[in-house]
Every structure is written in C-alpha cells, then in structure tokens.
Ligand binder design. Structure first.
Ligand code: ZN
Length: 322
C-alpha cells in the first residue's frame, strides 16, 4: 500500500491546480491512506501507587511484510503470529506509544516519540499530551531506552536539529551513548544506519542536559534502570515503583510483542544482536511474570500496556483494554 507523504499530497495539490483540474481530483491525505484509525481518546491514564501514568499515542507504522524481517521465520509465520495475537496480518502494526509519569515531584517522559520525522502520519505526541492536560514544557526528565529514530527524533527539531527539550534532563545509558557517539562507529554501521549516527553525533555531545546512567540503578525517585542489551548495545528498560505498586516500561525489549514475546527465539532485523536480545527479553519477561508486574511497551498494541504470562517456551501478552 503506497503511503503518500505530506509532501506528495502538497505536490499533487499543486499539480492539480496547475492543470486546472482541482475539483474532480480526490486527494488522499496521509490520515486517510493509513488503515489503522488513531484511538478515539489518544491517551490512557492509570495509576502506579501515587504516580499518575499516561500512555500517549504518537502514531503507527504499518510496516509492509518483508521476508528479511525475521531471520528464522517466514512471512507466513509472521502473519500467523499476528493473527494468533488478534492483530491484522495485512502489515506489521508498529505503534509508537511513549509513557508519561507524573511522580508529584517530576514529570517524566519515557522515550521522546518520532517528532513527526519517522513516519508521515506519526508525531502526534505533543498534541496528544496537551489533550491529556499535560504540558510538554513542564517535562523535567526524559528517559531514553535507546537511540533508534522513533525514540529520539522527538528530541530534535526537524531540519535544524535544535534541542526541543533544553530544560529537561535526558537520561541515557552509558553503553548506548558511547556506542553511537564514537566517531569510528559510522564506518562500522550498515549504510542505512549511518545518517542516524551522524545526527546523534551532531546533537547529543553538544547538549548539556544529558545524564548517563549504568546498568541497574535508581535514576530518579521511584524509577530504576534495567540493562536489556541486544536490540541496541545499550538498550535499557525501567522499573517504576510507588506506594507498593510497580510497573516495567520495557522500551523495545519486546519490540512487536506478537512476534518477540510469543516466539522469543525469533531473531528480527530490528535487533542489532539477535542472541543477546533474546537473552535480555527472556530475562526481563521471566522477571515480569515472577513478580506479577504490569508491563508497558513502546510498540505494544494501544494503549501500550498489559500483563504477561508464561506460555510454553514463550510468553503471552494480555493487552490492557483498548
Ligand atoms: Zn522502537
């Protein structure tokens, strides 16, 4: 399904006007071209102790099927897994769902969204935060799970790369920071990832509000980091606790849960180190199941949270009601 970008639509409109055929031409806007409607209410609130948590919708990538997507599974296997999880098999649905946690002291954003620079229809985080009564200008802390574009481009202005959250503290893992800011990494990366590393190197090192954290430690009152490497070298998840209640924000540890949780041994092209990513996701999933902790995931079905159970050699996610 070709998805028209905003630029294509503008170009088509200009072309139609130039040809003098404005009236009969039906233009497809990006929102119409997308098959998944945005949620009627683009935010969902829940409590962890005294912390007020809000999942906020930033959009969705309707990823076309690709035989190279999972190294040890076919497109048919992927379609079957999506159907088994109650999802469409027409494409791989990859929503973007940052989490906002108001602790009373801090307003914490978990992953910064796409900034409208990853998929033409995504980038609704800031508007939807406002709709939820949350002021993006009041964010005190941004916890970054890893440096892939859909998690950090929301920190950078399109074109200028200007910092969009100069007054918030940006918390990143040391291993992730070191990997992407090493000038030598550019040559080692596949061609398609080089622009990302260049963009990171022209932004993060110049920012004064980045704090690096290591392994498992308290990164803010009630919030601890959990090392979950593999998806990227320094990927981290977060443990959120208040008043005897807890939750895990898993970032991309489980990526698309219909694929990575049911069959944790599937090694996707999205994981930089497949075997290490599998080890990390099994360890985190086992911990979530043993401790009976609800889990949030950046690419989980809306509203981006649910509960896990062991299911054979994998795990079954029961998503929170949409
Ligand atoms: Zn992601």
């Amino acid at each position: 399904m070709p998805l028209l970008s905003r630029r294509d639509v503008i170009a088509s409109a200009a072309l139609a006007a130039a040809l003098g055929v404005g009236a009969p031409v039906t233009l497809i806007t990006p929102a119409q071209a997308q098959k998944t409607p945005p949620p009627a209410t683009p935010f969902r609130r829940f409590a962890v102790g005294t912390f007020e948590c809000t999942a906020v919708y930033d959009g969705i990538w309707e990823k076309p099927h690709d035989p190279a997507f999972i190294k040890n599974a076919s497109v048919d296997d992927v379609k079957r897994a999506l159907r088994a999880a109650g999802q469409t098999d027409e494409f791989v649905p990859i929503p973007f769902i940052p989490l906002v946690v108001s602790t009373g002291r801090d307003l914490v954003l978990f992953d910064a969204g796409t900034g409208g620079q990853v998929q033409p229809t995504a980038g609704t985080l800031l508007d939807n935060m406002k709709e939820a009564g949350l002021d993006p200008g009041k964010i005190t802390t941004i916890m970054i799970s890893h440096f892939h574009p859909d998690h950090i481009f929301g920190l950078m202005e399109k074109g200028s790369n200007a910092a969009l959250f100069p007054n918030a503290e940006i918390v990143v893992s040391t291993a992730e920071y070191k990997f992407w800011t090493d000038p030598a990494v550019i040559e080692k990366l596949p061609e398609a990832r080089r622009p990302l590393a260049k963009r990171i190197q022209s932004t993060f090192p110049a920012w004064k509000n980045v704090r690096q954290v290591d392994g498992e430690m308290e990164v803010a009152p009630g919030i601890r980091s959990i090392a979950t490497p593999g998806h990227t070298p320094g990927h981290i998840a977060f443990h959120i606790a208040s008043g005897g209640e807890q939750m895990i924000y898993s970032g991309d540890t489980f990526y698309q849960p219909a694929l990575s949780l049911r069959t944790p041994h599937w090694h996707g092209s999205f994981d930089q180190d497949g075997p290490l990513a599998e080890k990390s996701r099994r360890a985190l999933a086992d911990r979530i199941v043993a401790d009976k902790v609800p889990v949030a995931g950046y690419h989980f079905p809306w509203p981006g949270a649910g509960v896990l159970e062991k299911d054979g050699s994998g795990y079954a996610l029961t998503p929170a009601k949409a």
